[in-house]
Design a protein around this ligand. Structure first.
Ligand code: 5AD
Length: 452
């Protein structure tokens, strides 16, 4: 059977989509290749959030066409996901070696299209249409090389799309309107994963705080998303629940209180703020103020003082003044994020911000990026240092990526801990004593020898 190599760019949603496509291909008898060398089919699952991400995937495809396709003309090349959605046929016009362009609502069609192309029934396929119910088609799993014993953590897609239309963001155009899966459907998928040994589930969506907004009525003051958390929380054998990404606008008290009520919901939150300036938040169409954002953090920390809070911040949005940027710096200081992903503003096709006056020079973006990064890293380091000498619980996921002789796990607050361990620790909840903090990694020893 043909072998397929899938390379994924961008967010966890993309990783999850690639994983589902891979599982569907394996179910049809395809094998998975670990690199493009020798693969019969090469698929790039793309990201459009910034121009750099698009250029990276285009550059990669150009290399593949020049180096691989030239020697093996029968190799099938495809783009999937967000850039495929936004650029469609243009990608084939630009890169005539490409055979397949699959949009974000058509991942589940990949197998059929590949079958047809490989059988010579079709040549070029572009499918970027909308499809009703596509949010529920990303349900197959393939984890850690497809061996059931290995599964510890898994992503579950709960919704697709976003209706927020932030002025900088391409996601509503690449992912479409918000569509949510049902609670029973999601719970069934989680149960299946747990039966296969998964202990931790991360619920995924572009804007999870909008989950079920149209279909699930508020019950006892609880949103559809909180009702979903409760339903997943009930599942026996599940140890930990995470989710990403929420939107501050939809971060109600019901969600804050869920952290007090649901012990499996771990003390970790990724809450994108984008800017510390109220003026910019408004132009970005974020729907909250700096004060409201900081208020959410305060409430969360009142319930869980050690909550690991991370964020996304954009620097160099059109018209961002020195004063606006100072507000972002001061928010970062006040919010004391455990980490922040900083993005230099990148104009995106068809988004209002791309047309705004006062686009800032690259140099200003670079400079602000560097200043904010230094501050964020300094605050993050102090959080990591705080762990040294303390005992904390981790869930062991497997060998450390950097040094496979060691094992790694995560704290409930989402910090990576590397320790001397072995395969028998995989999947265990373990107490470790932290000896040392590196850059975004903690090093520790098992606090109690756990021999079974
Ligand atoms: N330019 C730079 N960063 C962006 N993001 C989204 N759109 C853009 C853009 N046009 C960032 C936001 C978002 C993260 C996933 O990507 O910070 O939270």
């Amino acid at each position: 059977m043909p072998s397929v190599y899938i390379k994924t760019y961008g967010c966890q949603m993309n990783e999850r989509d690639s994983e589902a496509v891979a599982a569907q291909l394996v179910a049809k008898g395809y094998t998975l290749a670990s690199s493009e060398v020798g693969a019969d089919v090469i698929l790039l699952n793309t990201c459009s959030v910034r121009d750099a991400a698009e250029q990276k995937a285009i550059g990669k495809m150009q290399n593949i066409a020049a180096e691989i396709r030239r020697n093996r003309p029968e190799v099938v090349l495809g783009f999937m996901g967000c850039m495929a959605q936004s650029r469609g046929q243009q990608l084939i016009d630009k890169l005539p070696d490409v055979d397949l362009v699959i949009g974000t609502q058509k991942f589940h069609r990949t197998v059929d299209y590949l079958d047809d192309i490989l059988a010579g029934k079709r040549t070029k396929v572009v499918d970027v249409g909308e499809e009703q119910g596509s949010e529920a088609t990303i349900r197959e799993h393939i984890l850690n090389g497809n061996t059931a014993e290995n599964l510890v953590t898994a992503f579950v897609s709960i919704m697709q799309g976003c209706n927020q239309y932030c002025t900088f963001c391409i996601v509503p155009y690449t992912r479409g309107e918000e569509r949510s899966r049902t609670i029973p459907d999601i719970v069934a998928e989680c149960r299946e994963l747990i039966a296969r040994g998964v202990r931790e589930i991360t619920l995924l969506g572009q804007i999870v705080t909008s989950y079920g907004k149209r279909d699930i009525p508020i019950k006892d003051g609880k949103s559809g998303f909180v009702q979903l958390l409760e339903a997943v929380h009930e599942i026996e054998g599940l140890e930990r629940i995470r989710f990403t990404s929420p939107h501050p606008k939809g971060y109600g008290d019901d969600l804050v209180e869920a952290y007090a009520r649901l012990p499996k919901l771990v003390e970790s939150a990724h809450l994108p703020v984008q800017s510390g300036s109220d003026r910019l938040l408004k132009i970005m169409h974020r729907g909250y103020t700096r004060e409201r954002f900081l208020g959410i953090l305060e409430k969360l920390r009142r319930i869980k003082p050690n909550m690991g809070i991370t964020t996304d911040i954009i620097v160099g949005f059109p018209g961002e003044t020195d004063a606006d940027f100072e507000e972002t710096l001061s928010l970062a200081r006040e919010a004391k994020f455990h980490n922040a992903y900083i993005f230099k503003y990148s104009p995106r096709k068809d988004t209002p911000a791309a047309e705004m006056p006062d686009q800032l020079p690259q140099l200003v973006k670079e400079e602000r990026n560097a200043r904010l990064l230094a501050l964020v890293n300094e605050i993050a380091a102090s959080h990591y240092e705080n762990y040294v000498g303390r005992q904390t619980q981790i869930l062991v996921e497997g060998p450390s990526k950097k040094n496979s002789a060691r094992m790694m796990g995560r704290t409930r607050t989402n910090k990576i801990v590397v320790f001397e361990g072995s395969e028998r620790h995989r999947g265990q909840l373990m107490d470790v004593k932290i000896n040392r903090a590196g850059s975004f990694t903690l090093y520790g020893d098992p606090a109690i020898l756990n021999l079974d």
